[in-house]
Unconditional design. Structure first.
Length: 334
């Protein structure tokens, strides 16, 4: 599937905007009775900037999101720096190199946006861009994030637990799984136009969870990172984060959440079923056919020569989810 590649450099929002201006505007808008990041983004998205090489380059601009810190999920491990979280990415719709998403996703249109809640539910509905920030309280949660390629990060996500959304939709008793779909927009996603650029994936990218996994309090719908709205390369404006599973389950730029009776197809399982299962729980005891999963390279502020190989923990250290899989053979259901 993946080969590790070197980290690319793109402009961050700090190069093109003064965060204090946004913070002050946000306070003012809050006093005036407006909440949510949507009101700010309308004017701040897709600003133009001059790149370090003097080339004019579009750069997406993120905005602060009002949130509270969820004290249950404030782990003490050192955070992966924002500059790495936002430049070392997998988002094949924008290319297969780690630096491609930050390079190619900057002009993705994220507002307006719609997330459709469909399928076996009492109440189907559609979330607008502003709903993503206003429908539920936004929490900061610091999670470990373990990619199947054996690298990992520690990331301060902003978002709300998926179970809150599921409760609103009122699934019918026959709903056993939740299927997720990424935006399909080849005009803005070069990987969807060319199988060569997009790694041979049949788009749109799709993922799924069993209902009890989707309802678990750890399962997060993320709308931000490092205190601000998600940059496109990280899955703006809304992506899933399931911290006890390999990163490919954490589908980006979600446009549909569909409740189903049957286990839904998932992108990497379709592409290479022997290598990537539906469950994809982080498991040091079950190797990938081409490499061991016993340890991982933690991405920190150090350079490539930093010693940062650590043991991988079952369920990525989130042992509270183990009971979801009682009686299941996790070698078979990898
Ligand atoms: N979602 C979509 N739509 N397309 C992708 O290529 N890559 C997955 C996941 N979600 C991917 C995706 C993989 S393999 C990983 S490891 C994570 O996103 C990476 O998330 P990050 O770039 O925010 O670290």
């Amino acid at each position: 599937m993946f080969k590790e590649q070197s980290i690319g450099k793109v402009l961050t929002e700090n190069d093109v905007t003064d965060e204090n201006i946004f913070l002050n505007r946000r306070k003012m808008l809050k006093r005036m009775g407006f909440v949510g990041a949507g009101s700010l983004l309308a004017t701040s998205q897709n600003a133009n900037a001059i790149s370090l090489f003097g080339k004019k380059k579009e750069s997406f601009v993120t905005a602060p999101v009002a949130h509270t810190k969820n004290t249950e999920y404030q782990i003490t491990e050192t955070l992966t720096p924002e500059s790495k979280v936002t430049t070392y990415n997998n988002f094949y719709e924008f290319g297969t190199s780690k630096s491609d998403p930050a390079e190619n996703a900057q002009s993705l249109t994220v507002n307006p946006w719609e997330v459709k809640i469909t399928g076996a539910v009492e109440k189907s509905f559609t979330l607008s861009y502003d709903d993503l920030y206003n429908m539920f309280d936004i929490e900061e949660r610091i999670y470990r994030f373990r990619c199947v390629e054996a690298w990992s990060m520690v990331i301060p996500w902003l978002g709300f637990p998926l179970y809150k959304l599921i409760k609103k939709a009122k699934p019918l008793s026959k709903a056993k799984y939740v299927a997720f779909k990424t935006l399909y927009r080849p005009s803005e996603m070069p990987g969807q136009k060319s199988r060569f650029v997009g790694g041979g994936i049949d788009y749109p990218y799709v993922e799924g969870l069993r209902m009890d996994e989707a309802m678990h309090p750890l399962t997060l719908m993320s709308v931000g990172v490092y205190g601000k709205t998600l940059p496109p390369q990280n899955g703006a404006p809304i992506r899933l984060v399931v911290p006890w599973k390999y990163g490919f389950k954490s589908i980006k730029s979600v446009v549909e959440i569909n409740f189903t009776e049957k286990e839904p197809p998932t992108t990497w399982n379709i592409l290479a079923p022997q290598e990537y299962g539906f469950y994809a729980n982080v498991n040091p005891a079950v190797s990938h056919p081409r490499w061991s999963q016993a340890s991982e390279r933690r991405i920190t502020s150090g350079g490539l020569l930093t010693r940062n190989r650590i043991d991988t923990l079952p369920f990525n250290g989130y042992s509270e989810v183990a009971s979801l899989y009682d009686g299941m053979n996790l070698r078979k259901y990898y």
